[in-house]
Design a protein around this ligand. Structure first.
Ligand SMILES: Cc1ncc(COP(=O)(O)O)c(C=O)c1O
Length: 313
């Protein structure tokens, strides 16, 4: 059985994959002078492995590894492993850790080297960790919906930190958003982009439903183009809904019929209020519920995987 760590509360697994080796969980360590610790030079992924009738299966593993490589490319990092090698490593790790379901966290970072800001002479390291992680925004969230606020922090401006890279440094902005939200009694914050339009949550994309149509901000609105977001767009179209990638003004959140967040960690989470203004009647709406069901049916193997999204471990 998984044992809880004291500090972070992440349940320990047996091993972590580190630069090609399976290392004991407690021995997966780096030097305090790694470049990433000082300058934020890391890119990473977060995905889930689900328990299905056919055994554990990773959701869109290759799409996540593809995005990891693109994030690394933006920061001129050469990942010293192929996607196939990283996919095999991920699956081997889950098998060795004997996990039926888990969260998977590959990270590529600049390691120990010259301590200047220039990262190019620091080695690129890769690790993959897996742990059991329940509902990211709380167990009640799916049933009741969550309360969110619009952040006083603006999301990354396009000419500052690229939002298409899932870079560790981007999450300093996310942390400012999240801390402000939590301290003020909200489950999550939604940031606006530099132009004042809705961007995304600290770790999720956002959708609104209005008059039967579904809208989500475009990739130019300082968002990470989520893999769950893409999956939801595909599923929504299958359910007969029109989906538009379109800028959303802040007040569009207040007058939406439904609002929901998507992410590998958050899955599909309904929002019941924004800045204490109830979304419709303050209860999760039918389109959110139908999409959530369609998503969970696929990831848990309850229905056939018609899109080839599940990769058996
Ligand atoms: C800032 C941000 N936006 C969006 C997402 C959703 O992306 P995905 O669905 O690929 O997990 C995440 C989660 O990874 C995120 O951290």
């Amino acid at each position: 059985m998984a044992e809880k760590t004291k500090a972070a509360g992440v349940p320990k697994a047996k091993k972590i994959w580190m630069d090609g080796e399976l290392v004991d969980w407690d021995k997966a360590q780096v030097h305090v002078l790694v470049h990433a610790l000082h300058y934020g030079s890391s890119v990473f992924e977060g995905m889930r492995c689900y328990s299905t009738p056919g055994g554990p299966a990773c959701f869109r593993l290759h799409d996540h590894l593809h995005r990891l490589r693109q994030s690394a490319k933006i920061y001129r990092m050469d990942i010293p492993y192929t996607d196939e090698e990283l996919a095999a490593a991920t699956k081997e790790l889950i098998r060795v850790n004997e996990q039926q379901r888990c969260y998977v966290r590959p990270i590529v970072f600049r390691g120990y080297g010259p301590m200047g800001v220039n990262p190019l002479d620091s080695p690129v390291q890769v690790t993959i960790a897996t742990w059991e992680w329940g509902a990211y925004l709380g167990d009640e969230a799916a049933r009741t919906g969550i309360d969110v606020c619009v952040s006083s922090w603006t999301r990354l401006a396009p000419n500052t930190e690229p939002s298409l890279a899932k870079a560790g440094a981007n999450y300093m902005n996310s942390q400012l958003m999240k801390m402000e939200a939590v301290i003020n009694g909200y489950a999550e914050a939604i940031a606006l982009d530099i132009n004042g339009y809705v961007a995304e949550g600290s770790g999720e994309n956002i959708f609104i439903v209005k008059d039967g149509g579904i809208v989500t901000p475009p990739s130019g609105a300082s968002i990470l183009p989520g893999i769950t977001r893409h999956s939801v767009i595909v599923l929504a179209k299958e359910l007969g809904h029109e989906v538009r990638k379109q800028i959303i003004p802040r007040e569009g959140l207040y007058i939406a019929d439904e609002v929901f967040l998507t992410g590998s960690a958050a899955e599909i989470t309904p929002v019941r209020s924004v800045d204490r203004i109830p979304v419709a009647d303050g209860k999760p709406g039918p389109i959110t519920a139908a999409l959530r069901k369609a998503f969970l049916d696929i990831v848990t193997g309850a229905v056939p995987d018609r899109h080839g999204w599940l990769e058996p471990v």
